[in-house]
Design a protein around this ligand. Structure first.
Ligand SMILES: Cc1cc2nc3c(=O)[nH]c(=O)nc-3n(C[C@H](O)[C@H](O)[C@H](O)COP(=O)(O)O)c2cc1C
Length: 368
């Protein structure tokens, strides 16, 4: 299936503007999502075998999730489960609706299997997002896997008021979703990454804790997503907040500001574009970050590993480095919709080869 996509479908798709194709694909998935019949057919072709794992207090049918940034408008919420994903992270959403950066803002670096994006949190705002979520519930199409949200800061909100901005979105969306991700690691909102500093992040997490405790709802998992460009010392400072602020886990990593070496002129031009780089060149650094976080937290804090996962070998690398779950974005673009099933099957095989009964036995096995 991946071969067909790579040989026949991808060359046609890649003749067109990256963002235009993204929008068309999401529209098609949105239409498919409205039909139980079509969704069922998609699931028959692309659905993944069960590989259950329990973490974050939730039950995941398999460990492969959709990374943030793909479905920023909650356009195709049921489609991701039909495509085999074990969980979905929607968003990023911000409190205020915003258009994001001017286009073009999405670039393919094809020979390196990478993408550069400077989308800048284009999204409908938390209120409209909540309505979009309610729509899927009302028509009975809510997926039966965990669905979470990536929370960003509105561009118009000054850094000093960031905590309130995150807390507003959190409060509105708390009843509607299973887990929440504080995104302070996107490179595309000016100065956002400064919120990874311990003091600023502590203020945001404290504001979310206050919302949780006055909501009257059972506590929901809150995670922080970190940048691959942070030093290990800075990561350790974030880890120090995990206990006091009851963090459920960390997501490692977001896109990088770094660029790979290249001799190709066309690639060099693309790498001059401002934005975050994702895909194959990010893989090893994000695995290093997962490994560091796993070791430092002595395997006690669940980690979602993301960055450059294209196949089961890449997923296994993240899991054995310490990730309890993994996510993909760029490989869906390059490998097509069969990628989730291929990864889950490959993980199954690896477990069987090693005589492991449960995926959780593999988590961190290469980092102890
Ligand atoms: C176009 C695009 C938009 C993204 N938007 C977000 C976002 O809104 N919030 C976020 O935390 N990460 C965002 N990401 C980062 C991904 O969630 C992921 O962390 C990163 O792409 C690395 O994974 P990958 O190599 O599998 O793509 C985005 C990535 C891309 C390519």
């Amino acid at each position: 299936m991946s071969w067909l996509y790579r040989r026949l479908v991808r060359p046609v798709l890649f003749t067109q503007d990256a963002e235009k194709i993204h929008r068309r694909t999401l529209r098609a998935l949105s239409r498919a999502s409205h039909s139980e019949f079509v969704s069922g057919m998609v699931q028959n072709v692309f659905g993944a075998p069960p590989l259950p794992i329990k973490t974050l207090g939730l039950d995941f049918p398999n460990p492969v999730g959709l990374a943030a940034g793909m479905d920023k408008y909650a356009e195709a919420v049921p489609a991701w489960a039909a495509l085999g994903f074990g969980f979905t992270e929607l968003g990023a959403v911000t409190w205020l609706a915003q258009p994001g950066n001017p286009e073009p803002r999405l670039f393919r670096a094809i020979p390196d299997l990478a993408i550069i994006n400077r989308m800048g949190f284009n999204n409908p705002g938390a209120a409209a997002f909540a309505e979009a979520l309610s729509h899927w519930r009302q028509i009975g199409r809510w997926p039966n896997h965990p669905v979470g949200i990536n929370l960003g800061k509105s561009k118009a909100t000054p850094l000093a008021q960031a905590a309130e901005d995150y807390a507003n979105s959190f409060k509105l969306l708390l009843p509607l979703l299973d887990f929440f991700v504080v995104n302070v690691s996107s490179p595309n909102t000016p100065n956002l990454r400064q919120l990874q500093d311990k003091g600023a992040l502590d203020e945001i997490l404290a504001a979310l804790q206050a919302v949780q405790s006055t909501s009257g709802l059972p506590a929901k998992p809150v995670l922080v997503k970190v940048a691959p460009d942070l030093s290990f010392e800075a990561l350790d400072e974030i880890l120090e907040l995990a206990g006091p602020r009851r963090l459920a886990g960390l997501i490692a990593t977001n896109t990088t500001l770094a660029r790979p070496e290249t001799r190709e002129d066309r690639l060099r031009q693309i790498y001059l574009e401002a934005g975050g780089l994702s895909g194959a060149p990010l893989r090893s650094r994000s695995t290093e970050v997962v490994r560091h976080l796993y070791r430092r937290s002595e395997g006690k804090l669940p980690i979602i590993g993301v960055g450059g996962i294209f196949n089961a070998a890449d997923a296994w690398e993240k899991i054995t480095a310490g990730a309890s779950l993994i996510q993909i974005y760029t490989s869906l673009v390059y490998e097509g919709p069969g990628v989730v099933k291929a990864i889950v099957r490959g993980l199954w095989e690896r477990l069987e080869e090693r005589g492991l009964r449960d995926l959780s036995e593999a988590v961190g096995s290469d980092s102890r």
